[in-house]
Design a protein around this ligand. Structure first.
Ligand SMILES: C[S@@+](CC[C@H](N)C(=O)[O-])C[C@H]1O[C@@H](n2cnc3c(N)ncnc32)[C@H](O)[C@@H]1O
Length: 496
């Protein structure tokens, strides 16, 4: 049986008791709640279930008391129905999922998949710890008709409740709830296989998780006590929902370790992070893993054991982090992949926490003293000269791939010799080295900005040396290498 834990019992400041939801402008740009607070008056007229919880101030503005668990539940159920046509039951004393926040996470996954061009039909996802409401699979399937979910859960009561929410909405064809009886496992694909829920060649576009954040109830209370203000809303949650041994850092570490076994079988491993300080700790875990993978590789090399060498290449250097903003609560999203498709770093304001956790950037830029049209023409000529392949040219954008290093001094010497002896050019393999996208835009009437993004590939240093070569040639084409304002190398070009 789940035990419910009481939170927020240490008021330090007296605040207005009825706190409105602050649905800020920093939400995901496609979030339907961005700058769009629910109209409580209209909700009360349409949904009898919320009527008793809607109050009116002296100037007749409607509000609800977010510290009342019943009122929060009634609002969440209304929003599920009104905005997603979902009938959802949220048992008393279980976590009442704030829909705007949960939607932010779903939208970020949509972005990750489209940016990294994960193409799959159906799009299969795993939600680790669906909870009693089954919020992520329900929202995910309501907003993306081609999505399918396996939702795992350790708590027997939540499994029952999640299944009945799936059945109530006739989504059994899209959502399967799996009762994970081994709390120490986060990604039990082997168990799912042995129980016939998935087959050995099933691949997944993503996994997602809102892990229990805390290591103990003392930790939860300490979090509340350390806040200047009272929590704006009541937080209901069972022990299983809120607490896990070692807190979220340990939970996410377990996911990372298990992901090393499944690798590309899941394209993006993702998790929500509840505490800002966890971001740096998780990044540190990746660095430690990468360092020990490196040592194991080196050892394999020393031993001349190439098989060993191959097995131990398990570095995780393709990761990204984002921030979820919803009202006063901030959360973070962290994703890692064993694939080659790269995504740009978080494009919102970069806070210190994000900066500490994010991967080295995968885009670079330079400012050129010419119009975008000329910059694009010069760039295309350079790329053709370098034998770039799969070139696609659109307005203000060129994308393509390189299959060989054609820009290094050695490669250029070789090409010159080949030209002299009319020999075939450098041999190239069919596999691509990396892919890129250039965005070229006028910044003002005299200058254009060229931004290059590394979209695919494993070897960062190869991509960076390509960019340095292309940038140098573009600067030469603009005749500014000797100029006062610009120098051939970094020093006075406008880099960011
Ligand atoms: C914070 S709650 C999240 C519930 C829901 N996804 C949401 O966002 O509202 C975490 C959930 O993970 C479940 N859980 C904890 N450890 C788990 C594990 N190893 N595998 C699957 N679920 C787990 C808990 O029982 C709980 O329901």
């Amino acid at each position: 049986m789940s035990t419910s834990i009481a939170l927020g019992s240490a008021p330090k400041r007296t605040r207005e008791q009825y706190v409105a939801i602050d649905l800020g402008e920093n939400m995901h740009e496609r979030n339907i709640y961005r700058n769009n607070r629910p109209n409580f008056k209209a909700l009360a007229e349409e949904f009898p279930g919320i009527r008793d919880f809607v109050h009116y101030s002296e100037n007749d503005s409607a509000y609800i008391d977010f510290k009342n668990a019943e009122a929060s539940r009634a609002l969440t159920k209304c929003l599920f129905k009104k905005d997603f046509d979902l009938d959802v039951d949220i048992p008393e004393n279980t976590l009442c999922p704030p829909i705007p926040n949960r939607l932010n996470y779903i939208l970020w996954i949509e972005d990750l998949l489209s940016e990294s061009q994960v193409k799959m039909t159906p799009v299969r996802g795993i939600d680790i710890g669906v909870g009693a409401s089954c919020v992520y699979p329900l929202l995910g399937c309501a907003t993306n008709k081609s999505w399918q979910f396996i939702g795992t859960e350790v708590d027997a009561d939540s499994v029952k409740s999640a299944r009945s929410n799936v059945n109530r909405n006739d989504l059994q064809g899209q959502i399967t709830i799996y009762h994970n009886r081994d709390r120490s496992r986060t990604l039990p694909l082997d168990k799912l296989e042995s129980e016939g829920i998935i087959s050995p060649d099933d691949e997944f576009a993503f996994s997602m998780c809102n892990p229990p954040f805390y290591g103990s109830s003392d930790e939860i209370q300490a979090g509340i006590d350390n806040k200047i203000d009272d929590p704006a809303a009541i937080c209901t949650g069972t022990e299983s929902e809120m607490i896990t041994e070692g807190g979220e850092v340990q939970f996410i570490t377990n996911m990372i370790e298990e992901s090393l076994k499944w690798k590309n079988r899941i394209k993006w491993y993702t998790t929500m992070i509840g505490k800002g300080e966890t971001l740096g700790k998780i990044r540190q875990k990746l660095i430690e893993n990468n360092a020990s993978a490196y040592h194991r590789n080196e050892k394999g090399r020393e031993d001349g054991n190439h098989a060993l060498n191959h097995i131990f290449i398990q570095q995780i250097d393709n990761f990204t982090v984002t921030e979820f903003n919803q009202g006063r609560t901030k959360r973070w999203g962290f994703a890692w992949s064993f694939g080659e498709e790269r995504v740009a770093n978080h494009d919102g304001p970069v806070t210190k926490k994000i900066r500490l956790a994010q991967a080295p950037k995968s885009h670079f830029s330079t400012l050129l003293p010419c119009h975008a049209a000329k910059a694009q023409e010069d760039l295309l000529e350079i790329l053709n000269d370098l034998d770039a392949s799969q070139l696609t040219v659109a307005s203000e954008c060129i994308s393509g791939s390189m299959v060989a290093n054609t820009w290094s001094r050695k490669a250029r010497r070789q090409r010159a010799q080949n030209a002299n002896t009319a020999k075939k050019d450098t041999e190239v393999s069919a596999e691509i080295l990396f892919s890129f996208r250039f965005d070229i835009q006028d910044v003002d009437k005299d200058n254009a900005m060229v931004i290059v993004t590394w979209t695919k590939g494993k070897q960062r240093e190869v991509f960076e040396s390509f960019w340095n070569h292309v940038k140098k040639r573009m600067l030469q084409d603009c005749g500014i290498i000797q100029g006062d304002r610009y120098k051939p190398q970094e020093s006075s070009t406008h880099e960011n």
